[in-house]
Design a protein around this ligand. Structure first.
Ligand SMILES: [Cu+2]
Length: 122
């Protein structure tokens, strides 16, 4: 191996690690969440709060806690526009993490759509 090869392969390795980090970073929650927009939502007969304002380009952690047995369909929450769905066991805080890239209004709710909330991304 000559020096040039070592430099070249070192460069490639650095690039690969760089790309790997770029893709891995959204899953590296501890780092990410230090700058996150955290919101807590209580899930009862509705969502409290039911309207949440967020900023684009910054990671979001929404933490849902279901506090009532009924309605039964509230045991799931769907974030439209972000392809996120979560099970909400009674009394357990469940975090949903995502980063809104585009401003706009996004609905969230139970699968039956009787309970609705809105995200306002600005
Ligand atoms: Cu429902």
């Amino acid at each position: 191996m000559d020096a040039l090869f070592l430099i070249a392969s070192g460069g490639i390795l650095t690039s690969v690690i760089g790309v790997w980090h770029a893709f891995r970073e959204p899953l590296d929650l501890d780092t990410l969440m230090s700058s996150a927009q955290r919101r807590h939502v209580r899930v009862g007969k509705g969502y409290q709060p039911g309207r949440i304002q967020l900023k684009t380009g910054r990671p979001v952690r929404l933490v849902f806690t279901r506090t009532l047995e009924a309605p039964a369909c509230a045991d799931q929450v769907v974030l439209e526009g972000f392809d996120l769905t979560a099970e909400l066991p009674l009394g357990k805080a469940v975090a949903l993490d995502f980063t809104p890239r585009k401003s706009g209004e996004y609905a969230f709710g139970c699968p039956g759509h009787r309970m609705r909330g809105r995200l306002y991304v600005v």
